[in-house]
Ligand binder design. Structure first.
Ligand code: CA
Ligand code: CA
Length: 506
């Protein structure tokens, strides 16, 4: 750990030159020092070099009498290097999915914190005890808990993507917001047939990344991947279902009608965005920030692109990310940490009300104020002269560290238009999406490694050919299913069913 000591000294010297935002005269000297490995994220946007420059972490150090030495990496590729060297920081902020926690706990590199929580993390403990879902998603298959999590308790935080449709075009063709797939087809066809952009050509389309546009399958009660049957328990492979066949027919019709852009297969945002700015795209799928940019760029081009959120047709969101309550991100404690209990006491601060406010809102009177009992960000954040709001906020707050992210705070960063997207999409139900925290045994992992990529490749190839008509959905359906079986879909299904049953039994 010598390297870290040197780093600590260098940092503390550097920091003496950094203006500290809030420091009480009576603050006692830090009594415990721990190191945390992480990366900058949005704080990079204002030139941040260490989290010691971020107000919420300064306050947390003072409140807990702890000094954190941040080891900031410019990218995450050094994670494997650090783990294989064995010279690890005390805490490691990373993407801790079940496969990774199993690998590193079995290798003896990260600590099971479950035995420490009741005594050292009363606030996290209360959260776990109050909600069976957090316990299920946080506890590993072996009963251990391997990281202090970032928790997203509000649906609006995990329903980040969805469809937006041109409201001005709906109005021009005199149609309502579509609520069925037939209505959606009629609307998209009307956009094109009626030359709604008025350029004399029938060139109105839908386009976008296949991974996003293919969410249209949700409207047919299926997904381009694993999900649950209507019982919420039986795992199905969407691409094998009759519902998927119906969705493929829908997509094939859109393709034949010229409504589905052939460049949709290109996976190239520049192509999609240029068509948006040619005033040709009636329906798109992305996050509110992207819709905001599309409309802003449109305005700069003299176009009024009025995208509004389209509710999920059928009301289902089958994206597994939408089921996350515990995010697979947080701080794992390395086995080289000399005082696990004390380090966890520091991390528990972020689960207190004070810590939660600091993480999500930053410093009162600086980044937020309370008006009539309601917190609002100040102009320093919302109307910063240099930075956009999330970058400006990252000087003071860091809602995606550990602790509970506030949906209210997240919404407060968005414009009214952007908020409407999230609120509309959050009306859908994700209970048939596949559980995001499935943990596989070693044997199951081997099967996944051997078969999953090939199956996905075969599925995608058939899917695209069905959509373009190169393959016939009716006459070649059985041959397609046969090929999925040859690629091991039944074995992969059995693995997911077993892992899902174990999860449900927790
Ligand atoms: Ca520090
Ligand atoms: Ca046109």
């Amino acid at each position: 750990m010598k390297k870290l000591l040197v780093l600590a000294l260098a940092l503390s010297m550097a920091l003496s030159m950094v203006p500290v935002i809030a420091e009480s005269d009576t603050a006692t000297e830090p009594t415990a020092t721990f190191s945390i490995w992480t990366w900058l994220g949005s704080a990079e946007g204002w030139g941040c070099e260490t989290y010691d420059q971020i107000a919420c972490f300064q306050e947390a150090e003072a409140a807990t009498q702890t000094d954190i030495v941040w080891e900031i990496e410019s990218d995450t590729s050094t994670f494997d290097l650090m783990m294989s060297s064995g010279d690890t920081t005390d805490g490691i902020y990373y993407a801790w999915n079940p496969v990774r926690t199993a690998t590193y706990s079995q290798a003896g590199l990260i600590v099971d914190i479950a035995p420490y929580i009741a005594e050292n993390m009363p606030n996290l403990n209360a959260l776990i005890e109050s909600d069976p879902l957090i316990k299920k998603q946080l506890t590993s298959a072996d009963g251990g808990i391997y990281f202090v999590p970032w928790v997203t308790a509000d649906k609006s935080l995990v329903y980040g993507e969805g469809f937006g449709i041109r409201a001005d075009w709906l109005e021009k063709v005199g149609m309502e917001m579509p609520t069925t797939t037939d209505e959606l087809y009629a609307v998209l066809k009307a956009f094109r047939d009626q030359d709604v952009n008025g350029n004399g050509q029938n060139d109105e389309i839908i386009t976008g990344y296949p991974s996003q546009i293919n969410r249209l399958a949700y409207a047919f009660g299926t997904a381009d991947d694993w999900h649950y049957a209507e019982d919420g328990v039986t795992v199905v492979y969407g691409p094998m279902t009759d519902n998927y066949k119906e969705w493929l027919k829908f997509m094939n019709t859109l393709y034949n009608d010229g409504i589905l852009d052939p460049d949709y297969f290109m996976n190239d945002s520049d192509i999609y965005m240029s068509k948006v700015q040619e005033d040709r795209v009636g329906l798109y799928c992305d996050n509110p920030g992207v819709f905001g940019t599309m409309m802003k760029d449109g305005a700069a081009n003299g176009l009024d692109l009025e995208y509004v959120p389209m509710p999920y047709i059928g009301g289902q969101n089958l994206s597994s990310a939408a089921r996350r309550y515990v995010q697979p991100y947080g701080v794992a404690i390395s086995s080289s940490c000399e005082d696990v209990g004390r380090f966890l006491q520091y991390l528990d601060f972020f689960f207190t009300e004070e810590g939660n406010t600091l993480l999500n809102w930053g410093v009162e009177g600086v980044s937020y104020e309370v008006v009539d009992g309601v917190k609002t960000y100040t102009d320093e954040v919302l109307n910063n002269e240099i930075y956009e709001a999330s970058t400006a906020l990252s000087q003071y707050a860091h809602p995606t560290f550990v602790g509970v992210q506030s949906g209210e705070a997240d919404m407060a960063l968005l414009s009214e238009e952007q908020r409407a997207f999230k609120e509309t999409w959050a009306q859908s139900d994700a209970s048939l999406a596949i559980e995001p925290f499935l943990a596989f045994t070693e044997e199951e992992t081997d099967i996944n490694t051997q078969k999953e990529t090939d199956l996905t490749t075969a599925r995608s190839s058939w899917r695209d050919k069905f959509i373009t008509g190169e393959r016939d959905i009716e006459t070649e359906w059985d041959a397609y299913l046969e090929e999925l079986r040859a690629y091991g879909v039944e074995e992969l299904l059995a693995v997911r069913q077993a892992a899902s049953d174990r999860y449900n039994a927790k």
